[in-house]
Design a binder for this molecule. Structure first.
Ligand code: CO8
Length: 259
């Protein structure tokens, strides 16, 4: 399928979705959100085991939601736009495969929120993260108040959101907003290498681990522990568990089939 604002590339079991709206530094408008939704619908999870999300060019990952589209919204339309973005990001967060954000520049507002909806964030050393919304008279609307607090803790989330200031890659690494920082030229290769390492593992197990980590974060301890036990048990219904353990005991290596 052809998209106006997305470039899709597949390499083995890894798919890369590049957001491309160079005139607005890849700012997210309604069309882009719809295209991401359509693209998510089209993923064949039997073939694609990891998704990488990045921005086009060397300057910006995503410079936020499109301010020109938001400028004239009334409260009802504002809420609807927020819900539309939040729904797309929640779909990304709950995809049955890991999603890596390869942040190649500005990740501001909705761009930071998109990165935070991904499982893992790797950024280039020119990346800048921030939630500048209060400087525009709004608040983070694509679930930033929720996810930033989860990722970096309440104190740092409040500082970033109240001041609206941007932080550089090294500070993002220090506070745990990103997993790794690298040179821009190494960004996609680094994300790809991590994706390949994930692909070498049992896909059903990776998917169940993602489901557990996401769900358990919001559960009380006893519920969370029980949630994991059920899914741990499910692993023993898979061929990959049987063959993976057999191969280990026979000092061999098994190519996981996702069955
Ligand atoms: N929306 C629309 N256009 C944008 C955006 C954006 N978010 N960001 C950049 N652009 C456009 C600029 O207007 C400019 O267009 P033009 O060439 O036609 O003038 C072009 O991109 C290039 O930008 P600059 O000339 O400003 O480039 P600089 O290198 O000087 O600055 C910055 C780069 C610092 C990234 C600057 O462009 C900037 O501050 N952008 C806005 C960043 C921002 O505030 N983002 C948050 C937006 S709000 C948001 O994301 C809320 C999410 C939740 C929404 C909930 C809905 C209700």
């Amino acid at each position: 399928m052809d998209y106006q604002f997305l470039k899709i590339a597949e390499e083995g079991k890894v798919c890369t979705m590049t957001i491309s709206a160079p005139k607005s530094l890849n700012a997210l408008n309604s069309t882009i959100l719809n295209e991401i939704n359509s693209f998510l619908d089209s993923i064949d999870f039997a073939k694609t085991r990891v998704l990488i999300i990045t921005g086009d060019g060397e300057k910006s990952f995503v410079a936020g939601a499109d301010i020109s589209e938001m400028a004239s919204l009334d409260p009802k339309a504002g809420e609807a736009f927020g819900i539309r973005g939040a729904d797309v990001f929640r779909r990304i967060e709950t995809l049955p495969i890991p999603v890596i954000a390869a942040v190649n520049g500005f990740a501001l507002g909705g761009g930071c929120e998109l990165a935070m909806a991904c499982d893992i964030r790797i950024c280039s050393n020119n990346a800048k993260f921030g939630q500048p919304e209060v400087g525009l008279g709004i608040i983070p609307g694509f679930s930033g108040t929720y996810r930033l607090t989860k990722l970096v803790g309440m104190g740092m989330a409040k500082q970033l959101i109240y001041t609206g200031g941007a932080i550089k890659a090294d500070e993002a690494l220090r506070i745990g907003l990103v997993n790794a920082v690298c040179e821009q030229a190494d960004l996609i290769p680094t994300a790809m290498e991590m994706a390949q390492r994930i692909c070498n593992n049992a896909p059903i197990a990776v998917s169940l681990a993602k489901e557990c980590i996401n769900a358990e974060y919001d559960l009380a301890a006893d519920e969370a522990i029980a949630y994991e036990s059920v899914r741990f048990g499910r692993c023993f219904a898979t061929e990959d568990q049987k063959n993976g353990m057999k191969a280990f005991l026979e000092k061999g290596k098994y190519q996981f089939q996702g069955k």
